[in-house]
Design a protein around this ligand. Structure first.
Ligand code: ZN
Length: 117
């Protein structure tokens, strides 16, 4: 993989990371208002103590699932940046073959090649 390509991918990943972190912190602030808790903590979500005030619970549930999605995405990005440091970026985690650059361009944090996806 060319250095130039890697550099661009790294820039993309870091840009996305920044945006995700901003969205997560905005979300966490809203969550504090709704629940008096931080969304990123994920309290046991078994419904037991969340029965009061349905609207609030629903909003909290929404925030929680958005936050969860964002965090998963953030984790993928961090994993990719970690792989870059180790020189393993762009290798499919299943078949260990290189992921196509086209795919990486469209989705820099891809973990699997098109076949294994
Ligand atoms: Zn693969």
């Amino acid at each position: 993989m060319k250095k130039e390509f890697l550099k661009k991918q790294k820039e993309k990943l870091e840009e996305q990371k920044k945006r995700l972190e901003e969205r997560l912190s905005a979300l966490a602030k809203r969550s504090v208002k709704v629940r008096g808790d931080w969304i990123t903590r994920y309290p046991e979500f078994n419904g037991g103590h969340l029965e009061e005030e349905a609207d609030e619970v629903e909003e909290y549930g929404n925030l929680l699932s958005i936050g969860y999605t964002l965090e998963l995405e953030l984790k993928k990005i961090n994993d990719s940046l970690e792989k870059m440091r180790k020189g393993k970026y762009g290798i499919c985690e299943k078949c260990k073959k290189p992921i196509s650059q086209e795919r990486l361009k469209a989705y820099p944090q891809a973990k699997f090649c098109k076949k294994c996806q």
